[in-house]
Write a protein that binds this ligand. Structure first.
Ligand code: IMP
Ligand code: MG
Length: 334
């Protein structure tokens, strides 16, 4: 499976970090390219007794042989990037494209005031104002920043060469389908498209080079910031059900709702997904905690998975059963 794209089918925070880090280890991903908007994303990776939260570096970093790239479509905050490089100790295998646009303090300031903060409820990481400067053709690029020089590389060239030589390549999408500037709940969306096609464009890969599109859903839906959320339950009810979550980047409470089959179907269409992953099945069905084969899931959990498959018409190949990277039922080889 030389080239796979991983995207989220709801509003972000479905567990892409976990699924991607699992794939990195299991499939020995040799090159990963981060797509998506920028450091507004927060991907959580729990491996053994350590929890990592990454906003810029691909979630595949736990596989030590993986080359870690950031595509030209992605906005880079040099502070966040350099900090993660240091914390994860990945200096010798990380690269970013000279054409990544740079988030400056004035972008963060603008993102934390006016309608972006009060009406949209953005993450305040500066991504919207920076993308706006990029469209106005006055954004600073990575090639203009001295501290980033040693990391610069032609990311599209590296990724395409890896695909052409049959290596396992993963393109990491961020945010979620319904936060897309084109396909989401405008104006309560992020500052660009975030579907699989956009993720490919972000890293310089054309549609014919993609073998699999894995769409990640969570067993229930969450959303941070403003905008519609069909079937939304109260925070108290979310706490009762174990669905109460706090956002990685902003520390805000995530709003919650039950799994949404209509959104899931549409997301499969918009991303031309070929396989689905469903995470946090152990939150709906605690008896499935840490199960690692389909036969170990309870009857109710299996019924839920089959119902999802009959609605979305693609196989659910990966099922998350706990926070650890290795808590996964992998049906791809069953
Ligand atoms: P922005 O992307 O920071 O401009 O925020 C726009 C909207 O997208 C807000 O509702 C954010 O909460 C949401 N958003 C952006 N990135 C993420 C993410 O990675 N996970 C979940 N929500 C996000
Ligand atoms: Mg997140």
């Amino acid at each position: 499976m030389p080239c796979m794209v991983v995207v989220c089918g709801f509003f972000g925070d479905t567990g892409k970090g976990k699924i991607i880090s699992y794939l990195a280890l299991k499939d020995k991903i040799s090159v990963a390219a981060r797509a998506g908007v920028g450091p507004n994303a927060g991907h959580t990776v729990v491996y053994g007794d350590k929890t990592f939260r990454v906003r810029m570096i691909p979630s595949t970093f736990i596989y030590e042989k993986c080359r870690l790239l950031i595509g030209p479509g992605v906005l880079v905050d040099p502070n966040v990037f350099l900090n993660e490089v240091r914390l994860l100790n990945v200096e010798n295998r990380v690269g970013l494209d000279p054409q990544c646009a740079i988030i400056e303090p004035r972008h963060i300031e603008a993102d934390r005031s006016g309608h972006l903060a009060s009406e949209i409820g953005t993450t305040g990481s500066g991504t919207g104002p920076c993308n706006s400067d990029r469209v106005l053709r006055r954004a600073k690029l990575a090639r203009d920043v001295p501290e980033l020089q040693r990391f610069l590389t032609d990311v599209p060239l590296e990724v395409n060469m890896a695909i052409d030589s049959g290596e396992n390549v993963l393109i990491e999408g961020t945010q979620g389908t319904f936060l897309s500037l084109w396909h989401g709940t405008y104006p309560y969306v992020t500052s660009k498209d975030v579907t699989a096609s956009a993720a490919c464009s972000d890293v310089g890969v054309g549609p014919k080079k993609v073998d699999e599109v894995i769409i990640v859903f969570k067993a229930y839906v969450t959303r941070v910031g403003s905008g519609p959320l069909p079937g939304e339950i109260s925070w108290e009810e979310a706490e009762r059900r174990g669905w109460a979550e706090i956002a990685t980047v902003t520390g805000r409470r995530r709003r919650a709702a039950p799994f949404n089959f209509d959104l899931a179907k549409r997301a499969v269409m918009l991303n031309s997904a070929t396989q689905a992953a469903i995470t946090k099945i152990d939150v709906l069905f605690p008896e499935c905690k840490s199960a690692r084969s389909f036969s170990d899931l309870s009857l109710e959990a299996k019924e839920f998975i089959r119902k999802v498959e009959s609605e979305i018409k693609i196989p659910v190949t990966l099922i998350g059963t706990g926070p650890d990277v290795l808590d996964v039922v992998d049906r791809r080889f069953e």
